[in-house]
Design a protein around this ligand. Sequence first.
Ligand code: UDP
Ligand code: MG
Length: 339
Amino acid sequence: MQNAAAPARDAADRPAPVLSVVIPIYNEQEALPLTVARLRPILDGMGISYEVVGIDDGSTDATPMIMQKIRQEWPELRIVRFARNSGHQAALTAGIHRAYGAYVVSIDADLQDPPEKIVEMYELAREKNLDIVYGVRGDRGTDTFFKRRTAGVYYWLMRKLVGKNMPNQAGDFRLLSRAAVDALKSLPEHQPVYRLLVPWLGFSSGEVVYVREERVAGSTHYPLSKMVRLALDSITNFSASPLRLATWLGLLSFLVCFCLAIYTTLQYAFGSTVPGWSSLFIGMLFIGGVQLICVGLLGEYIGRIYSAVQARPAYFVGYDSAEDTAAADRDQRVSEYAA
Ligand code: UDP
Ligand code: MG
């Protein structure tokens, strides 16, 4: 937790900004300039000190160059570059851990989350003294039918796991106070799923409703495989009930086999000894299937236990412009002192 008496300082030992805006960025060469053009006037107009933490998640297109160029005219843009692509959630983690602001907003780089809402989030948090303000999607009209359906199932399931604290249709567009950020930082998780962890914190929260817009340029980096992974991570992060499913399936198959045994015994007693290899075969397949499901479920958890025990960091930061500035500041002071 932060020492309330001492004002927070950034890496260059200057007062920390009021607001940090964290943006995970992966191959967004088309979207990024448009996002910056829309975001900057809004932040400038808020009349508070701010930093924009752009996490370059190992982009392989022109994104790093574009970011450097933007930074030359916009010193509030801070660039944190990953050594390689580590995923959206890892980028969010780095951003949240490295942000200096008293409030931290996370937003996507593709303008699907309208940056105008940042003002609303900040004002709501200040006014009502809230620790968390969720951006809640009021309308997913621009998403594909498939995305809407899968998202519906995902949020339904997550509410079952995390409880009613979890707002429906809240993604990763949200505002966190320093207290909430510090609480998240204190968690030992290496691969946190924030949309579940944040509601789990149970801090005071509010909502800002927004319309999810269409991606401004480029295409999604969330193919089905990544969506399935996020869902699996979310479930195993928060619940051991799938493990119990194995027990229930086992019990069910036992019951079915028991009934079959009685049935065949009765058949035998009445003298109709049909060569019942098909029922035998079905029974065998059924049990084999149930066993494989159970082993698979165990594997999901053991895999995660394994990676938790390995405790490998979810990302490696190759470069942080704030530390660059800090070093430059230090050099400056040293040379002034020496002079
Ligand atoms: N992103 C990232 N690393 C990745 C994939 C995506 O940092 O490996 C960023 C991406 O640049 C964007 C945000 O995460 O700012 C959300 O990704 P995207 O828009 O592709 O997902 P969707 O909105 O379609 O779910
Ligand atoms: Mg998007």
